[in-house]
Design a protein around this ligand. Sequence first.
Ligand code: UD1
Ligand code: UDP
Length: 368
Amino acid sequence: MIRQRLIAHVVGARPNFMKAAPTHRALKLAGLHQMVVHTGQHYDHLMSEIFFNQLEMPAPEVNLDVGSGSHSVQTALIMMRLEEAFAARRPDVVMAYGDVNSTLAAALVCAKLSIPVAHVEAGLRSFDRTMPEEINRVVTDQLAELLFTPSADGDENLLREGVAAARIHRVGNVMIDTLVRLRPLAERDGCVENLGLRKGGYVLVTLHRPSNVDDPVIFESLLRSLSEIAREVPIVFPIHPRSRSRMERLDIDKAGLSRIRFIDPVGYLAFLNLQINAAALVTDSGGIQEETTYLGIPCLTVRENTERPVTVSAGTNILVGSDGDQLRYELERVLGGQRKQGTIPPLWDGRAAERIADMLSQWFAAEM
Ligand code: UD1
Ligand code: UDP
């Protein structure tokens, strides 16, 4: 009798859920046996549980409950608890997503236990090793057995780093699978109306990179520019818990800040509703650079570099750096009508997870 194979998905932080949900769905349709492990890296309802409901992901069978901590503490705790979880129930393949600490920890544990890892969103590089995510990406890709890339630059980066071509599979962008599936629901979500905003008449902001929000001088300069722009156009800023706690510590004129509409992080459908109807996005998020490219909405990325260059070369993304004055200049140009016309990159078509399921089925068949 052929033994039933078990695939474990390791997720932990907000951007993992949009990538794991379509993959889980496609593997289920392919008849594969699965379990979901949540590391607990993100734990607030609005950073985690809400996505399981909205994206129709099964509740995790295991929650490692690691919570927040320094990079080393968080990564080490995930490793210790994940090793125990996999000793109790050993998967045949582990799916790891993106570039967060949960991804790195999963890859390291699996490498030590000789469990093959499939890395979804492999090969992206900012070439900036001051970013914690770049370290996570490089190490995870070195350890992964199967590397699922979203775009051609991913393949090129991996080949240059010596990854065997046979392990690299360009499947497209799974995050876009979720967007394509849930867009009709998001269009009807009503978040824009509930906030009293006019469609096409506001700017949507998210900032959470340590390089922007952990440095008080940079964060203050960005907030000042946003509050100046908010004199002319409404700005809504669903604020990440890291950024909220950093902002509370800033010695900044609170009256100016009150022009910016800070709200708690919102669920996927509300956020997509806000993106679809925004005049422009200002962000340092990885996923939002991709979603705006797909939607054709102008995106100003508050970073010096990006691991997603296709969003700049093909999409609507513009890198504006972390200088508040530059941000204001670029945003005023976009609001003045100088919009970049973008195209959707190949294989960002809503079917990336299906291609992952096909590849995994073939891989299992070849293993037997
Ligand atoms: C992490 C990822 C980052 C990703 C982001 C997505 C790493 C190294 N970083 O950054 O790549 O873009 O998630 O959102 O993995 N906090 C809460 N509640 C929560 C989660 C976090 O209050 O549910 C607060 C805690 O004070 C915590 C801080 O946010 O210390 C940062 O959380 P952490 O997961 O360490 O990093 P993120 O900045 O969220
Ligand atoms: N997002 C969300 N609610 C918010 C902010 C973002 O649902 O309040 C979604 C966004 O649409 C995208 C994902 O979260 O799908 C991006 O995650 P995040 O910016 O936290 O992480 P990154 O992509 O930068 O790693």
